[in-house]
Design a protein around this ligand. Structure first.
Ligand SMILES: [Zn+2]
Length: 446
């Protein structure tokens, strides 16, 4: 008789979609976790005989998927959820969001807003979020406290904010954050030049050199609207993506957020240089920014990942919902009902996100040797019955409230729908206090 191997956690689930290999659905399988890593995925019967786990979790009627990766957002902006809805991008930014930010953004605003965002994301199955906002040191600190995986893109603009006065200072402070989190197991720091129209050629070139030296990523809002592209053409005769190409910024390090405007030259550049597109369909729809031609991008071999953008332009951070929107929108946009099928939508929210952030060796799929970043969704709910196809149910029904368990790096952060590291009562009071301050400020600025 062979002795059982001792492990930390053994999860028995009705179904598992590992994402790699593609399109696979395992039934009555288990995941074995040790030291934060997935060490085995095997039939439940074999698992019961092979492993002795400190914690055994039985999930009948539930499905395990890789933790979702939200590749673009501004977590602290959750405090501005619903502040100025139903307005076009520039009016929304210049008359509401930017004035409120100038008056209010600071350490506490970012700490409370980021904590609110992390609570919302964990409860809806996100195990890794990418963030671009002022006080990235504070966002990283809060992510560290709550043990969620985070990709911090240090903001760079030519304009002053409470955090920095000019591009040089943003970059200098960003390098300090990068130093502080070097070799952190869950937090990665890159550069986030805000957009081509807010960052100079000189700053973009400096960022390119530093990103190469530090092996860091660059995330930028790009071709968000037709207006952005036409303004750039009128000013310089170049489309913004071409300008970045001329500055030698195109590479697999580059994460292009939005890309609602893609002509044939853009498509060829993105594909040739291996740049990633971070698709934020709900924010694009809400601000009427345009629709990214996702099917075309995927066909050309461009890696497309998903993001919610900030809660001020979404208005939630629910990546399961974003998958559904992305799948539906791709069909409407391409006139092809087979575009972005359920398994592909799930890939966009998991492994494609990991590739875009440069962490696909660590996370993005349920495979032996990868971190145990895992989400369980309870499909027993009446609204999810009958169940013919688990992948379709995940993508096309509303199951974000059915997320029952979330592990990041093997650590259980959502246990039977309950967050394990939050004082929700205190958080809720802090959010309400900020709500009043923001409402007063917006009244004075409008
Ligand atoms: Zn954004």
């Amino acid at each position: 008789m062979t002795s059982k191997q001792t492990i930390d956690t053994l999860i028995h689930a009705e179904w598992i979609i590992p994402v790699e290999p593609a399109n696979q659905v395992l039934q009555q399988h288990s995941v074995a976790i040790k030291g934060g890593l997935i060490i085995d995925i095997l039939p439940a019967e074999e698992a019961r005989q092979s492993y002795l786990a400190e914690k055994v979790i039985e999930l009948p009627g539930q499905i395990l998927i890789p933790g979702l990766i939200n590749t673009h957002g501004h977590a602290a902006m959750s405090l501005m959820r619903g502040l100025a809805d139903d307005l076009p991008l520039m009016e929304w930014l210049t008359e509401h969001i930017w004035p409120a930010e100038q008056k209010l953004v600071g350490d506490d605003f970012v700490a409370v807003g980021t904590e609110l965002a992390i609570a919302e994301m964990l409860r809806s199955g996100t195990t890794c979020f990418s963030d671009m906002y002022f006080y990235p040191d504070v966002a990283a600190r809060v992510a560290h406290q709550h043990k969620i995986r985070a990709h911090i893109s240090v903001p760079v603009l030519e304009f002053p904010s409470a955090w920095a006065n000019n591009a040089d200072e943003y970059i200098k402070k960003g390098l300090e954050v990068s130093d502080q989190y070097r070799n952190h197991p869950l937090i990665q720091v890159g550069f986030g030049p805000h957009a081509p129209y807010t960052v100079s050629d000189e700053s973009l070139s400096r960022i390119r050199i530093l990103a190469n030296e530090l092996d860091a990523t660059i995330q930028i809002h790009l071709h968000e609207t037709a207006q952005e592209v036409s303004d750039a053409l009128a000013e310089s005769g170049k489309r913004p993506l071409q300008r970045l190409a001329d500055l030698d910024l195109l590479s697999p390090r580059l994460q292009c957020v939005h890309m609602t405007q893609v002509d044939d030259t853009d498509l060829a550049l993105l594909s040739e240089y291996g740049c990633h597109v971070l698709h934020c369909p709900e924010s694009n729809l809400k601000l009427a920014s345009g629709i990214s031609p996702v099917s075309k991008l995927l066909e050309a071999g461009v890696n497309v990942a998903l993001g919610t953008d900030g809660a001020a332009s979404n208005n939630d951070l629910n990546l399961l919902g974003e998958m559904r929107t992305a799948a539906l929108l791709a069909k409407a946009q391409s006139g092809n009902a087979t575009a972005v099928p359920a398994h592909q939508a799930l890939r966009m929210a998991t492994i494609n996100g990991a590739k875009a952030l440069g962490i696909d060796r660590v996370t993005g799929s349920l495979e032996c040797g990868k971190a145990a970043d895992i989400v369980a969704v309870d499909l027993n709910d009446l609204g999810l019955q009958p169940l013919h196809n688990p992948a379709s149910q995940l993508v096309y029904t509303d199951c974000s409230r059915q997320v029952s368990h979330v592990w990041v790096n093997g650590e259980l952060l959502l246990d039977d729908h309950q967050l394990t590291s939050f004082d929700l009562h205190t958080l809720s009071n802090k959010v309400k206090a900020w709500r009043d301050k923001i409402a007063n400020c917006d009244k004075h600025t409008t």
